[in-house]
Design a protein around this ligand. Structure first.
Ligand code: TXA
Ligand code: MG
Length: 339
């Protein structure tokens, strides 16, 4: 199969719509990362997405809908505080997990009696979702465990020959996936941190909890996706705390001595110092939004230029940086990844 990258026009939207309604998969841009879009009502399309990603079949997908889609068609209960969250943050990088059973293909939620719903703000995504007017499942358009894609080229690198069309909506401004927030209980619970932070949610509805990444014995994960190794570049990775830049520097020179191609990924203030010492640096940037937007592109770049990626944690770790740290830790936690 030939994989084309096309700018978003009336013609390419029409083509994408045809592919979707004939059971195919189209990559779409969103403000967070690119997604692999499929018809949420079509069992075979949903199963096909799991197959081409190599995704474990107990990791549910998010249904994406346009701004004016009638939620009642796909969810069973809408707690009053969820409406407040939608009004404050949607369209945008916040996914809400509602009680829902039997509304879309059973393969979407992998047997859970909930459905994650997201309304992306990216204009191209909205145009596509308006055109099809159905819920579209769209996991991040990367091979399972690989780094999520923030450009059409990233998607092409993972799915060339496996999907017919990538709608090119430019580089994603958000850069890390949406915040996933469970609204099935009395209080919202963040299952995956992202650009809509705990503090932002609490400021709208009074309270917000964050699910622990560790499972207690006998407990079932509320968001199975968080259990898997994720976001990993295809090179060896080492991660150092912010105050251990010296150790990172030593690790860099020791790798160089072994003849390895090494690179250090760190925030701007640290990057400037290391660069002055002749160290090869991948500069995450300065502001938290910038670091979120640049993280995945740099992890993919590292694959091409380094055998060993030495990452130094950013100084700030709350707010948006909780999401960045979550991804960085996962990216550096394992070399056991799909090639
Ligand atoms: O920003 C995003 O959310 C991107 C773009 C493309 O929209 N999509 C994305 O999808 O990140 P994916 O499939 O890579 O991640 C979905 C996350 C996983 O951690 C999954 O476990 C969780 O959402 N999730 C999906 N449905 C759920 C459900 N019913 N209950 C709990 N967690 C759910
Ligand atoms: Mg993903």
């Amino acid at each position: 199969m030939v994989t084309r990258i096309e700018k978003i026009t009336d013609e390419t939207l029409e083509e994408a719509k045809k592919i979707l309604f004939s059971g195919g998969v189209v990559a779409i841009p969103t403000e967070t990362v690119y997604g692999l879009g499929g018809n949420a009502f079509d069992d075979d399309a949903v199963k096909h997405i799991f197959e081409i990603k190599g995704r474990p079949n107990d990791n549910p997908l998010i249904a994406h809908v346009h701004e004016n889609y009638n939620l009642k068609k796909i969810i069973d209960y809408d707690p009053p505080y969820a409406k407040k969250l939608r009004e404050a943050f949607l369209p945008g990088p916040l996914t809400l997990v509602y009680p829902s059973k039997g509304r879309v293909s059973p393969f979407v939620s992998c047997g859970l009696d909930t459905l994650a719903v997201r309304v992306p703000s990216h204009e191209g995504a909205q145009a596509f979702l308006r055109a099809v007017d159905i819920p579209v499942v769209a996991p991040s358009a990367n091979l399972s465990r690989h780094v999520s894609p923030t450009s059409a080229e990233h998607v092409f690198d993972d799915f060339n020959g496996k999907i017919p069309l990538i709608l090119d909506g430019g580089n994603c401004v958000g850069g890390i996936e949406s915040t996933v927030c469970d609204v099935t209980g009395e209080v919202p619970v963040i299952l995956r941190p992202g650009l809509v932070t705990r503090e932002m949610i609490a400021s709208v509805v009074g309270r917000c909890e964050v699910a622990s990444a560790e499972l207690k014995e006998g407990e079932r994960a509320k968001s199975p996706g968080m259990l898997y190794k994720h976001y990993s570049p295809r090179c060896k990775t080492l991660l150092f705390p912010f105050d251990e830049a010296d150790k990172a520097r030593a690790a860099y020179f020791s790798e160089k001595e072994k003849g390895e191609r090494a690179a250090v990924l760190c925030e701007r203030s640290v990057a400037e110092k290391l660069c002055a010492e002749g160290i090869f640096v991948l500069d995450l940037g300065e502001t938290e939004r910038e670091m979120a937007a640049r993280l995945y592109g740099l992890l993919r770049e590292a694959e091409g230029v380094a055998d060993v990626l030495i990452a130094i944690e950013p100084r700030k770790q709350d707010g948006v940086m909780a999401g960045v740290m979550n991804r960085l830790k996962k990216a550096c936690s394992s070399r056991d990844i799909a090639h």
